[in-house]
Ligand binder design. Structure first.
Ligand code: C2E
Ligand code: CA
Ligand code: CA
Ligand code: CA
Length: 279
């Protein structure tokens, strides 16, 4: 979604014609939607390439808008960020993801790590540690099952506070992933400077693996760099069996993408997880 004019906001998706809505109205609706429970999460499975087991999920937010229907993050996260509403929205996402993951654990399903996206605005908010702590306490889920996904631009923007904040999170026991790795301007500095546990290779390096020799070299190098640094390496946006086979040959540890499963409702994900019995 993009801004158009002073108060216009374009809502578009491949599945429907573009339409213009009033930005201030949309903001007001977002504010009330957060309180009224109009947002929900979908979960996309992450698989260990060797065992074939689900080891995690990424939580992705959607908005069930009262009149516009279901909106994807690309249609409202920008507005949430520029308005600051990403802070209360992100707080809800964190709580809901922890609550749901703990519910799966309490149902006897294999414990998995739940990944939550954190935007720059949230990361620079003084309340973030309190929000994370509250989500953990209220849900009763152990910190080790929560992973924050941070982009390199976010980290570089706030480099100094970022290290301190990340150290705090690591002390609590959280996992920290660098998201969309490789497309920023300071990827290597980020790896050197921040206490990360995971590296998510950006989808753009995976997309053309089947026919682009250079992308194969880059992906292979990122996987070995990550392993060398002791990080768990995740490839995002895996869409074909050929990409999967190549990543396995590079000893990439974890995969996520449409080839393995699209983001799905909590209910569906719970059933999928239930098929993987605890050893
Ligand atoms: P992201 O963090 O890079 O999340 C992955 C996106 O790639 C998701 O789009 C997912 O549906 C999509 N995807 C997964 N596998 C494939 C694949 O094989 N092929 C292709 N073409 N796409 C794939 P989605 O759900 O539309 O989310 C878009 C972005 O919105 C996310 O990108 C993330 O930056 C942001 N976002 C989503 N949920 C949240 C949230 O709760 N908080 C914040 N701050 N940002 C969020
Ligand atoms: Ca992500
Ligand atoms: Ca990503
Ligand atoms: Ca992305």
């Amino acid at each position: 979604a993009k801004s158009s004019g002073r108060n216009g906001y374009q809502i578009y998706e491949q599945t429907r014609p573009e339409r213009s809505v009033n930005k201030l109205t949309l903001l007001e609706e977002m504010r009330s939607g957060i309180e009224n429970g109009d947002f929900f999460l979908e979960y996309q499975p992450q698989y260990n390439l060797v065992s074939g087991r689900i080891i995690g999920a990424e939580a992705l937010v959607r908005w069930q808008h009262p009149s516009l229907g279901r909106l994807m993050p690309g249609e409202f996260i920008g507005l949430a960020e520029e308005s600051g509403l990403i802070v209360p929205l992100g707080r809800w996402v964190m709580k809901e993801a922890c609550r749901q993951n703990k519910a799966w654990q309490d149902a006897g399903l294999t414990p998995i790590t739940i990944g939550v996206n954190v935007s720059a605005r949230q990361f620079s908010d003084v309340g973030l540690v309190a929000d994370v702590t509250a989500a953990l306490e209220e849900s009763g889920m152990r910190a080790t099952y929560l992973e924050l996904e941070l982009t390199e631009s976010l980290l570089i923007q706030n480099a100094e506070q970022a290290v301190e904040l990340m150290d705090d999170f690591r002390r609590i026991g959280l996992k920290l992933a660098i998201d969309d790795f490789g497309i920023g301007y300071s990827s290597l500095v980020a790896l050197k400077s921040f206490p990360l546990t995971r590296l998510k290779i950006d989808r753009s390096f995976i997309r053309d693996l089947d026919y682009d020799e250079n992308d194969r070299s880059i992906a292979r190098a990122i996987v070995s760099l990550g392993r060398e640094l002791g990080l768990c390496v995740v490839a995002e946006g895996v869409e074909t069996a050929k990409q999967q086979a190549f990543l396995a040959s590079c000893r990439c540890e974890v995969v996520q993408g449409f080839h393995f499963g699209r983001p799905m409702s909590a209910n569906k994900f719970g059933k999928l997880l239930g098929m993987t019995l605890t050893p």
